[in-house]
Design a binder for this molecule. Structure first.
Ligand SMILES: [Zn+2]
Ligand SMILES: [Zn+2]
Length: 159
C-alpha cells in the first residue's frame, strides 16, 4: 500500500455552471493506493477551493470542497479489464492512473446546482435589483407617487 499526498493544479472546467474549482487552484490529494488482485484501489480525499456566484443575488461565493474518492483501476489484461467497460471501472495505463475522471465526477456531485451565499439569502428585489439585505424590511414598490394619487382616484370613479 502506498499513500500519496500531493498538491496538484485543478484542471479546467472542474465544476458546474455557477460554481467550481478555479483552473490551476491547489487541489490537495490525500490518497491511499492499495494493490488488489485485479488492479489498484485508490481511496481518500481531495479538497480544494471553490468559487462561484450566489444563485439568488449573484454575490461572489468563496468556499472549499472536500470529496471522497474510491475507485478501482484495473490492470490491463486482468479479468476486470476483460469483463467491464472502461467507463464503469477505470484502467491503469501501464503503471499510471488517470484520476481526473473520478475526481471530476466526485467534485461535480458535491457541488450545489444552485449555490447560495448563505442558506437564507433573501436575493434581490425584482423591481430595483438591490440586495434585500441593504433594503428596509418594508421595502416595496407598491407605493403610489402622490402626484398620481389623484389620477388613480379618477379611474376608480369612472369604473
Ligand atoms: Zn445570495
Ligand atoms: Zn426594490
Amino acid at each position: 500500500m502506498r499513500t500519496v499526498e500531493r498538491v496538484v493544479p485543478a484542471p479546467s472546467d472542474l465544476g458546474v455552471e455557477l460554481i467550481g474549482v478555479p483552473e490551476g487552484a491547489d487541489l490537495d490529494l490525500d490518497l491511499r493506493m492499495e494493490s488488489v488482485s485485479e488492479g489498484v484501489l485508490v481511496s481518500g480525499t481531495v479538497s480544494g477551493p471553490i468559487q462561484g456566484e450566489c444563485g439568488r443575488c449573484l454575490r461572489e461565493i468563496n468556499d472549499s470542497v472536500t470529496v471522497t474518492i474510491q475507485e478501482l483501476y484495473a490492470y490491463e489484461n486482468s479479468t476486470t479489464d476483460a469483463t467491464t467497460e472502461s467507463d464503469e471501472v477505470g484502467r491503469m495505463q501501464g503503471d499510471l492512473i488517470d484520476l481526473e475522471p473520478a475526481l471530476r465526477d466526485a467534485v461535480v456531485l458535491a457541488l450545489p446546482n444552485n449555490p447560495l451565499c448563505r442558506q437564507d439569502c433573501p436575493g434581490l428585489c425584482p423591481d430595483c435589483g438591490v440586495h434585500r439585505d441593504d433594503l428596509p424590511a418594508d421595502h416595496s414598490h407598491q407605493q403610489i407617487d402622490p402626484r398620481w394619487a389623484g389620477l388613480s382616484q379618477l379611474t376608480r370613479t369612472e369604473e
